[in-house]
Design a protein around this ligand. Structure first.
Ligand SMILES: *[C@@H]1O[C@H](CO)[C@@H](O)[C@H](O)[C@H]1NC(C)=O
Ligand SMILES: *[C@@H]1O[C@H](CO)[C@@H](O)[C@H](O)[C@H]1NC(C)=O
Ligand SMILES: *[C@@H]1O[C@H](CO)[C@@H](O)[C@H](O)[C@H]1NC(C)=O
Length: 307
């Protein structure tokens, strides 16, 4: 026993030493990545009350069995109680509190078209975290507007809530048909998108995104507007990663008045962008310009104004 220990210990010791050096190397590597990129296991997300979320989804599922229309009073009430959050009175909790324009040119362009209008009303979908590349925070901070922020991803929604925007928040996706539904949604931070047909799947693959699907409630824009008592809108920022045209087609333009739009648009030359333009023109909008985007601001938006 003794003999063995004495003769083996120098060897074991050296090996242990190498092992320890290796471990501390790996440890500091992880620490560095953590500092640079945030926690690496799981997406760094805020606590979310999954039970509460499932409860809400179950009440919606019950309602869906009855086949409600988009203006059904029970549906509007359920949206109000379960998916709408009224404006926050606490001070902002922003990463970049002194910035005024968080957009990639959208806010400035709309502000000019609307002659620096004060106290208007905006809609932003998807709202993402309510700060990074927000097209509407400018109007809230500088022009004292109220508004509506729509974000389907329930985890991202927790981050949005934490910013204390002075806006009504809605945790749902925008449906492409009038009736409400529950759809699968592929999470992807600011690139989340519903996961319904082949086109969505090809898009997620083309964007080299991971597949991480959850169920989300989807309401038509009109249902949401009824739930928040607002059908006159000054500016609608629509950027929902590829389903913009379908959402536009679902808007009852005879019941909802929207003055200006920015719509995410790929390059202005493809068929999708042309279809958006032609659809908007048919519905009484003028295509004002395309915001070109650049290396830091990859978003390319088409800007429309009611004629
Ligand atoms: C990209 O565009 C935005 C918005 O117009 C602008 O603020 C930013 O400076 C531009 N960045 C570069 C690198 O040109
Ligand atoms: C909309 O109106 C209803 C009924 O009057 C009210 O309960 C609700 O708080 C209002 N919602 C908003 C966001 O103003
Ligand atoms: C775009 O539209 C043109 C004419 O409508 C059509 O010929 C062409 O196949 C379309 N391209 C794609 C990629 O869908």
């Amino acid at each position: 026993m003794n003999y063995n220990r004495v003769s083996r210990s120098p060897f074991l010791g050296r090996r242990r030493c190498t092992y320890l050096i290796f471990l501390s190397f790996v440890g500091s590597l992880f620490l560095m990545i953590w500092i640079l990129k945030g926690p690496i296991w799981g997406m760094s997300e805020e606590a979310m009350d999954m039970d509460m979320y499932s409860q809400k989804m179950n009440s919606l599922k019950k309602l869906l069995q009855d086949g409600v229309t988009e203006d059904d009073p029970n549906l509007i009430q359920l949206i109000r109680t379960d998916f709408v959050f009224l404006p926050e009175i606490k001070p902002y909790n922003l990463k970049n509190p002194s910035l005024l324009d968080y957009s990639c040119g959208q806010s400035g362009a709309i502000d000019t078209i609307l002659n620096q209008k004060e106290k208007g009303f905006y809609i932003e979908a998807g709202a993402y975290d309510g700060e990074s590349i927000s097209n509407t925070l400018f109007f809230e901070k500088v022009r004292k507007w109220n508004g509506l922020l729509i974000e389907p991803d329930p985890f991202v929604f927790e981050r949005l809530k934490a910013k204390n925007r002075k806006a009504i928040l809605v945790n749902s996706c925008l449906n492409i048909k009038p009736q409400p539904s529950i759809l699968e949604f592929n999470r992807g931070n600011e690139m989340g998108r519903v996961w319904v047909d082949q086109e969505d799947k090809i898009w997620v693959k083309d964007m080299k995104m991971k597949v991480n699907v959850i169920e989300v409630p989807c309401f038509s824009l009109y249902s949401i507007l009824l739930a928040v008592n607002q059908t006159t809108i000054d500016y609608f920022s629509l950027d929902i990663e590829g389903r913009e045209l379908s959402v536009l087609q679902s808007i009852p333009f005879d019941k909802v008045h929207i003055d200006t739009f920015t719509v995410e648009y790929l390059n202005g030359e493809d068929n999708y962008s042309r279809e958006i333009k032609s659809f908007m023109e048919k519905n009484g909008y003028q295509h004002v310009t395309n915001l070109p985007g650049n290396k830091t601001c990859t978003a390319r938006d088409a800007l429309f104004k009611k004629e």
